[in-house]
Design a protein around this ligand. Structure first.
Ligand code: 4AD
Ligand code: MG
Length: 480
């Protein structure tokens, strides 16, 4: 019962070989030509069913979505758009698919519609392609760090700390396990805690990552993170995946260099290993662009953009320079920004997008943000102007996305860190485990977090973050 994957067949084109394939029917034309897909590639294998080979009863069961097992011989194809086809000798229906009820028809469906049937959308070309690329990126990420001797550290999902202080968190509660989670008055009887302790789902693995870096020198995390931000945007999820490397003996400059090299490496990996998937998305995006008015079309195609990003250094500017560019911009002078611009603001996405899309037209690393808008662990810069205290932070902004990476050099000086935590009302007593890194053999160190879905968006050109994670968790989106 040997099965050959369609991708392998299309790559090796073994003319005259006897093979068995299994997959799902995309289309069936003229009672003769089946386009079969098994998810190994967005390309279908054309199956030619000799006329008269199958009875009416079988033919009518070969419908879009049905699963088949087909044995036959590979032949050179005379048809257009394919190099080989399979001349069927035996066709077996594995699973029927009622064409009347099946929501996926052999036509183009809108992304919005497919989001409603997220349980079936992997079976479309677009989503098949997006999730093969997501997989390739994840693999490339592990390969990148492994090649450089970083240890993959698994940090907890349930935690008692708030690494970012950036917003609301999901609280962990306990439901009784006896199957009657009800109080006498009928209300749900859940305990507001994790066995007597107040905990939440992690917003970031960084603080635990720092513990690892203080022993292994270099670690990275790659796991789910949770933020209860009630924001309905095309870039925010309540549950998203983050990659967080943390490096001892490393400053802000090293941090930026690593982040840039990292992003370029994983894009290159996909360009090399998923060329067919990228070509499909490139085409898809080009068609989408054609629908837009000329002045809103992007200047580069998807592959062209990725090529540009891997071959050009990212721009590097300070926060202070970024604010000045915004103040000097025609957009500011024509009052095109909705939010105010002045030193000290937390830049809004309209500002970030102006910098990358209009001004520099490439990824930009912004450094040295005001301390007041950044997390407690970031290293205070020495010698700042009074009232303009900055920290050694860096954000990477990407065209079409905005912030894709957030990182910093960490405050390794115990006294300064304690002072900062006190100013920010962070309970020092509960953070002794973290502070011990500064008490026992502290070293300069730095790290960053890459939002995985934003990276997948960047590489695939998908505009909505809900379309690059298999099961999106957003405020109105948790059906299964
Ligand atoms: O900038 P953030 O909040 O940084 C941290 O969490 C640090 N602890 C990282 C570190 O230094 N180790 O988040 C990092 C990245 C953002 O740049 C963004 O790409 C992504 O995570 N991100 C989100 N992605 C999807 N949905 C959300 N709600 C996100 N919030 C942040
Ligand atoms: Mg950030």
């Amino acid at each position: 019962n040997q099965r050959t994957k369609i991708k392998a067949l299309l790559q090796t084109t073994p003319i005259d070989a006897k093979v068995t394939v299994m997959g799902w029917v995309r289309t069936f034309r003229n009672n003769q030509f089946i386009a079969l897909n098994d998810g190994s590639t967005n390309l279908n294998l054309q199956i030619v069913v000799p006329l008269g080979m199958l009875g009416e009863d079988i033919l009518k069961r070969i419908t879009t979505g049905a699963s088949l097992k087909i044995a036959g011989t590979i032949a050179k194809s005379v048809g257009k758009g394919q190099t080989i086809e399979l001349l069927a000798e035996n066709v077996e229906i594995l699973g029927d698919c009622d064409a009347e009820k099946y929501p996926l028809q052999p036509k183009k469906h809108s992304l919005e519609f497919l989001r409603e049937i997220a349980h079936l959308r992997f079976r479309t070309n677009t989503f098949g392609t997006v999730f093969r690329i997501r997989h390739a990126l994840a693999f490339a990420i592990h390969q990148f760090f492994n090649e450089r001797g970083f240890i993959y550290l698994h940090t907890p999902i349930i935690t008692a700390s708030d690494a970012e202080g950036a917003g609301e968190m999901f609280r962990v509660t306990t439901l009784p396990f006896d199957g009657t989670p009800r109080n006498e008055d009928g209300s749900v009887n859940f305990k507001e805690d994790f066995f007597g302790k107040s905990t939440n789902l992690t917003v970031s693995g960084q603080l635990e990552g720092e513990l690892g870096a203080m022993a292994f020198s270099e670690i990275y995390t790659f796991g789910p993170t949770f933020r209860a931000e009630n924001s309905n945007t095309t870039r925010h999820l309540a549950e998203f995946w983050m990659i967080e490397p943390e490096m001892a003996f490393c400053d802000l400059e090293d941090n930026m260099n690593l982040a840039e090299e990292f992003i370029q490496y994983i894009i290159q990996y996909v360009m090399k290993n998923n060329a067919d998937d990228l070509a499909f998305l490139d085409q898809r995006l080009a068609e989408e662009e054609k629908q837009k008015p000329a002045n809103e079309r992007s200047e580069m195609g998807l592959i062209e953009k990725l090529n540009f990003v891997v071959n050009n250094r990212f721009e590097r500017i300070t926060y202070t320079e970024a604010i000045q560019i915004l103040l000097d911009s025609p957009a500011y002078k024509k009052k095109k920004f909705k939010y105010e611009v002045s030193w000290g603001i937390d830049m809004q996405s309209e500002h970030e997008r102006y910098l990358v899309e209009k001004h520099f037209k490439k990824p930009v690393i912004v450094t040295n943000y005001p301390a007041d808008i950044k997390a407690f662990y970031m290293r205070l810069n020495d010698g700042c102007e009074p009232g303009k205290q900055t920290v050694a932070a860096m954000d990477i902004l990407a065209p079409g996305i905005g912030e894709i990476v957030g990182g910093s050099q960490r405050e390794e000086r115990l006294e300064k860190l304690l002072q900062r935590m006190e100013n920010m009302h962070i309970p020092v007593e509960e953070m002794n485990w973290y502070l011990d890194t500064r008490r026992f053999g502290t070293v300069p160190h730095a790290g960053f977090g890459l939002g995985f879905e934003r990276m997948v968006q960047f590489v695939t050109g998908m505009t909505n973050i809900r379309d690059v994670i298999p099961f999106a968790r957003t405020p109105k989106n948790c059906n299964f």
